[in-house]
Write a protein that binds this ligand. Sequence first.
Ligand SMILES: Cc1cc2nc3c(=O)[nH]c(=O)nc-3n(C[C@H](O)[C@H](O)[C@H](O)COP(=O)(O)O)c2cc1C
Length: 313
Amino acid sequence: MNDLMKLLNIDVPFLQGGMGNVSHPDLAVSVSEAGGLGTLGAGTLSPSVFEKMVKEVRSQTHKPFSINVPLSVHPDVQKILSIAAKHHVPVVSLSAGNPSPYIEMLKKENIIVMCVVSNPSQALKAEKAGADVIIAEGFEAAGINANDELTTFTLIPQVASVVKAPVVAAGGIGDGRGLLAALSLGAQGVQLGTRLIATEDANVHSNYKQAICKSDASGTVITGRPYKKIRRLLKTTYANQLLEWEKNKISAEEYDQKTDESCHIKGAIEGKLTEGHVNAGQVSSLIEDLPTVSELFQRMMNEARTVSNHLSF
Ligand SMILES: Cc1cc2nc3c(=O)[nH]c(=O)nc-3n(C[C@H](O)[C@H](O)[C@H](O)COP(=O)(O)O)c2cc1C
């Protein structure tokens, strides 16, 4: 058991990524019950719906869990954090924005703070501001990505070299080989997004899960570069249409509208892959089945151990 696992009080080194519209109570409970750190994604949830979900997770598991707040995405960050404090949520992850203004208040409530970063200088700043855990997310990852476009393989060792806090690797990890590689690069745990969507326990449409299983090495695309709103999506009819719109220079407002929550819900939850987008990481091409979360974690741990035992150099 490493420092990260001791700090978070988890049995296996897996964290669920905060995923708007996807990281809801069912999946968070499955991850926590399987020994990892389940996460409730605040996304753009209203405070009342978010509070209901926190209570739901609490009523279904006694294991630790976290909430994720994408700072530049949620319209009422303070309110969400106050609800987290009121319900004694043990861990909060802050992403997509400057976490510094929020860390002190969370620490006063004895909440463990994790910050998602995309380069070493952000990692240093977050640690200086009091972050307990640094989650470093590479460009392979699903969903909104940083403009740095650093890959997990180069990002993790850089971050691990400059901070003392435990580092978690995110982006591109979906099997035991990825877990072992991340640990070798200096991480103490991994945060999974795409791989958790392709599980029995995820509450997304089966069209989304099947499309991930079928995708190949060129199965994801980057959209939003002209608007500095980089997003990695599964290459669907809708994603290709977005790229076409980009080529035709639609305005930033139109791009926002065509990638808003309603479009994400259409794609991910209603399975209408021609009408809405779905987030997916490059790891999609390694995913071929839909295990339960518990089966997935056991498999990844076993594979990491086997690969580690057979390394020769
Ligand atoms: C559907 C979806 C929604 C996401 N939403 C968020 C979010 O709200 N906040 C966040 O920090 N990361 C978000 N992410 C990123 C994940 O938390 C995670 O870091 C990422 O998926 C890891 O890369 P992987 O997909 O290669 O495993 C999202 C990812 C997906 C697939």
